[in-house]
Every structure is written in structure tokens, then in C-alpha cells.
Design a protein around this ligand. Sequence first.
Ligand SMILES: NC(=O)C1=CN([C@@H]2O[C@H](COP(=O)(O)OP(=O)(O)OC[C@H]3O[C@@H](n4cnc5c(N)ncnc54)[C@H](OP(=O)(O)O)[C@@H]3O)[C@@H](O)[C@H]2O)C=CC1
Ligand SMILES: O=C(O)C1=N[C@H](C(=O)O)C[C@H](O)C1
Length: 246
Amino acid sequence: MISILVTGSSGRMGQAVQEAVTQNPETCVGATHDQGQELYPALAKCDVVIDFSHHGFTSTLLAEAVANNKPVVIGTTGHTDLERQEIMDAAASIPIVFASNYSVGVNTLFWLTRKAAQILGGSCDMEVMEMHHRHKIDAPSGTARTLAEILSGAIDRNYEDSVVFGRSGLVGPRPDNEIGMHSLRGGDVVGDHTVVFASDGERLELTHKASSRMTFASGAVRAALWLQGKEPRLYNMEDVLGLSKL
Ligand SMILES: NC(=O)C1=CN([C@@H]2O[C@H](COP(=O)(O)OP(=O)(O)OC[C@H]3O[C@@H](n4cnc5c(N)ncnc54)[C@H](OP(=O)(O)O)[C@@H]3O)[C@@H](O)[C@H]2O)C=CC1
Ligand SMILES: O=C(O)C1=N[C@H](C(=O)O)C[C@H](O)C1
């Protein structure tokens, strides 16, 4: 039985993760952690951490996980460049799965987007749209960022140089190689993502819609089990699902 520390435990995802851990016959909730509580006693009791809390907590969590040699599944999004670097640095010491989305469907969308961009990237205008519930604090979503990173990689550009966030005013005709990013917020939407490939005469759209947070939670539990015995490295959910090899 693998004992899991669930951080951000009173949040929407923290609750879903506890349910998914309890439903899985191979895992149990060894401890929970929330803002203001001491981390070390909870961490010491567990084999692996699943974190869906706040980007500002990641560096504290990783410092403690490295000191105690515990693998970590990071589900939190919205990290700064410095925090992303800290995740990469920690992965030299402990195995980490860091994914903007733990659903099987979205990771299939990542794979399909990579293939479609390899075929269409040079000849199509590429845009990303996402919609989430009114409580989400970061934009664009981590998943939309990953999709835009895949698109920009396919046309040999960087995310930072190619992405344009929404458009307003006299922006002029759309330049080639620009990737538009559009974030909608409202109601209780769990998470919708669409990638658009548009050219003269036709348009391809790839869409994923999540209807339950349990899809992310059960994926994170799968990642936590997969991490057991792995070498220190930064992995993603495509590695967990074996999609990186296809
Ligand atoms: N990778 C994926 O598949 C998915 C990722 N996410 C990401 O997971 C994260 C959490 O989402 P969600 O559950 O909806 O958010 P919630 O706001 O519902 O929950 C966040 C939790 O983290 C706690 N928290 C907030 N700030 C801190 C802090 N500084 N230190 C420690 N704990 C803190 C909150 O405590 P308190 O209540 O006291 O504020 C709460 O328990 C987000 O980054 C979201 O984007 C979400 C879904 C899927
Ligand atoms: O905050 C959320 O809810 C979600 N966050 C993740 C993201 O930012 O991509 C994943 C999912 O879409 C739900």
C-alpha cells in the first residue's frame, strides 16, 4: 500500500484527490496538509506527495521533499519562471511528475496537437482557447500554456516570443507565426481546451472538455504509483502514459 500526502487538501482538487486515493486499492491517504500547517510531520509519514495547492507553495514543498527524499506529483499551475526553474533543479535529486493536466484525454490532445502542428504548422494559423470556472486564479491555464508550447515548438519558436494574449484595438492583419491565446472564465466549467488550425478554405479544431475533477485526480494517483522506484528526473504525464514513446 502506497501512502500519499495530499497537499492543498481542503481545495477542490485536494478533495477529489483524497477520493481517488481512497478508491484505489493500492493507495491510502497517509496525511493531509493545508495552508498554515507544519509540513514535515505529514511528509515523514508518507511515500509520495500529490500537490494541487498554490504555485507559491511549490518551493517550500520541494525543499522539504528533497531533504526527505520523497517523490512528488505536482498538479499546481501558474508558476513563475523562477518557480519552474526550482522544479527542474529539485528533479536532479528526486523524481517529479510535473504536468499541467493529469487527464488521459488531455494528454492524448497534447500528442495529437504535436502531430497536427508538425503537418499543418507551416501553413495554418494556430490559436488556443480555454474556458474554466469563475474561481480559477491563473490565466492562461497551465494546459493552454502547454498546448501553445507544443505549437510554438513545431514552428521552431519560443512560447514567450510567439504567444499573443487576446487581441484588442487596431491590431492589423494577423502576422504569420503568431499564436493567439484566449482565456474565458465563468460558472462551474471544469476545463475546456480547443486548438484551432485555420487556413484559407478549411479549419481543423481539436477540443477536450473535462466534466469531472476526478479525471485529473485519478490521473495524479496513477502518476504517484508510477513514480515508485523511478530515478530522479523531471517527468510529465505523457511519460506516465507511455505517449512520449509513440
Ligand atoms: N494539473 C492538473 O491536472 C490540474 C491542476 N489544477 C491546479 O491545481 C491547483 C489547485 O486548484 P483548485 O483545487 O481548484 O484550487 P482551490 O483554491 O480549490 O484549492 C487550493 C488549495 O491550496 C491551498 N493553498 C492556497 N494557498 C496556499 C499556500 N500558499 N500554501 C499552501 N497551500 C495553499 C488552499 O488553502 P485555503 O483554502 O486555506 O486557501 C486550498 O486548500 C491550481 O493551480 C489549478 O490550476 C487543477 C485541476 C487539474
Ligand atoms: O484550475 C483548474 O480548475 C484547472 N487547472 C489546470 C490548468 O490550469 O490547465 C487543469 C484543468 O484544466 C483545470
